[in-house]
Design a protein around this ligand. Structure first.
Ligand code: DGL
Length: 258
């Protein structure tokens, strides 16, 4: 094992949402070092033009590479849709693991289920999701539900408030709640609002998100490339944000029971 094995895994999101992925990575690989970078000063990403998101993501990933990261986990569906392909082309030797809404397991979970995919406007309109939709549209009734304000509400730590519940009531009001079989949380901020979403939708829908899958896939990629930290290494997490006032929120969400 060389020094590179002891290097941190860089975990990136537009803000605090990627903590929902970091929690799964930590549970699976507690012997690794992690450098989490949230670009909260520029969140939300999902309502910005794709070029802007690509530039912001590239800048953040370059920062993580300057810090010596051995791999990059894009813990953000929006950044993945906008920038993953370009980043992989620019850094072919660095594993760059991306994330997409968990439509596949939801669509295949039953007999032609009704699947609601909640995500940012950018994720829902980009080519990556359109291609995914084409593969599974015959398997389910798909409803796309952009929820950009939910990102801001999580960034503002509004979990448990009437403001968050009111927003969700309005968001889901046009849908027939009794028909929703599956709800895909296609943005890493959304699992932090799961309790409130459940309160609005009731017990029926089964929730899907991509965090566990991304963590497992990261482990596979690191193993394939011989990049895992030694089994007896002691892991650690460093939190960074483009808005230093958000460090407390990152730590708080890491302790959140998902
Ligand atoms: N957390 C990000 C995602 O998974 C998006 C948040 C944003 O719009 O900034 O898509």
């Amino acid at each position: 094992m060389t020094n590179i094995n002891a290097a941190p895994i860089g975990v990136f999101d537009s803000g605090a949402g990627g903590i929902s992925v970091l929690k799964r990575l930590w549970a699976l690989m507690p012997n690794e070092q992690y450098l989490y970078y949230g670009d909260s000063a520029n969140a939300p990403y999902g309502t910005k033009p794709v070029e802007t998101i690509r530039d912001l993501t590239t800048k953040a990933v370059e920062h993580l590479l300057d810090e010596g990261c051995k791999a990059i986990v894009l813990a953000c569906n929006t950044a993945t849709a906008a920038a993953a392909a370009d980043l992989r082309a620019a850094y072919p030797d660095i594993p760059i693991i991306g994330l997409e809404p968990a439509l596949k397991p939801a669509a295949l979970s039953g007999n032609h289920p009704t699947v609601v995919v909640m995500a940012t406007p950018l994720t829902l309109r980009e080519e990556k999701f359109t291609a995914l939709t084409k593969r599974f549209e015959d398997e389910c009734d798909l409803i796309k539900l952009p929820a950009p304000e939910l990102v801001t509400l999580v960034e503002q730590n509004k979990m448990g408030t009437a403001e968050l519940r009111d927003y969700l009531e309005t968001l889901f009001a046009p849908l027939d709640k009794d028909r929703i079989d599956c709800l895909v949380l296609g943005c890493t901020h959304f699992p932090f609002a799961k309790r409130e979403i459940r309160a609005v939708l009731g017990r029926r829908p089964v929730f899907f998100d991509g965090a566990v899958g991304e963590a497992k896939y990261t482990k596979v990629v690191l193993e394939e490339r011989g990049l895992r930290a030694p089994d007896d290494a002691v892991g650690a997490i460093r939190f960074e944000s483009s808005d230093p006032q958000k460090i407390g929120l990152l730590e708080q969400l890491f302790a959140f029971d998902l």
